[in-house]
Design a binder for this molecule. Structure first.
Ligand SMILES: Cc1cc2nc3c(=O)[nH]c(=O)nc-3n(C[C@H](O)[C@H](O)[C@H](O)COP(=O)(O)O)c2cc1C
Length: 191
């Protein structure tokens, strides 16, 4: 069974993106996958001092070790991101920056959202560049969610029904890449 980590980064007390994260978690749970949800509120990290790899094995702070284990065991990553001043929320980038080889040769999928009508398309473009650098290139499709205050309710149910339609193709595409790269990793990696 494929293991998928859903990574959501917002530390705001009134955060809205948790609804998008719930929506994605629920839709993924309908698939034959094991999900780990990395929520930056549940896994708070200080601003980067040492990356996980800079600590002697097993001696990083407990939360960092927990995230490391989840990322290392994962076959793919769904990044749920809001758009802060056209870019990546600092708390999300900070979490991503702590790790490196855990991501290698695994695909990612971008779920962006915003309060307005553009669904966080600008952060999606920034994320695509960062995720490629991290070694988890993003699949071609993006899942942008507009009007996050009203389009998804607090239970993670889509009020705007178009999201229920579009999510299936998006997850089909993502899980295809998850499977393809997993098969290829099993036959070896270049480094
Ligand atoms: C610091 C900050 C910057 C923002 N910048 C943008 C922006 O560039 N584009 C946009 O569409 N919305 C922007 N917004 C509005 C967010 O889309 C909206 O607040 C969203 O709910 C933020 O995600 P969160 O609630 O999960 O933290 C910004 C919000 C904050 C707090």
């Amino acid at each position: 069974m494929h293991k998928i980590a859903v990574i959501y980064g917002s530390s705001r007390s009134d955060r809205q993106g948790i609804k998008a994260a719930k929506f994605i978690n629920q839709k993924l749970s309908e698939r034959d996958v094991q999900i780990e949800f990395i929520d930056t509120q549940k896994y708070p990290l200080p601003f980067l001092d040492k990356m996980h790899k800079e600590y002697p094995s097993g001696s990083a702070p407990e939360i960092m070790e927990q995230i490391h284990k989840i990322l290392k065991a994962s076959d793919g990553f769904v990044i749920v991101s809001g758009e802060y001043n056209h870019s990546i929320p600092a708390v999300l980038k900070n979490l991503l920056d702590h790790f490196q080889s855990e991501y290698y040769f695994k695909p990612s999928a971008i779920v962006s959202y915003s309060a307005g009508g553009f669904g966080g398309m600008r952060v999606a473009m920034h994320l695509r560049a960062v995720l490629a650098e991290l070694g988890m290139p993003a699949i071609p499709s993006i899942f942008p969610i507009s009007n996050i205050y009203s389009s998804i309710n607090q239970h993670g149910i889509a009020v705007d029904e178009k999201y229920d339609l579009h999510i299936n193709r998006f997850l089909d595409e993502f899980l295809w890449y998850v499977n393809a790269l997993k098969v290829q990793r099993q036959s070896g990696m270049p480094y």
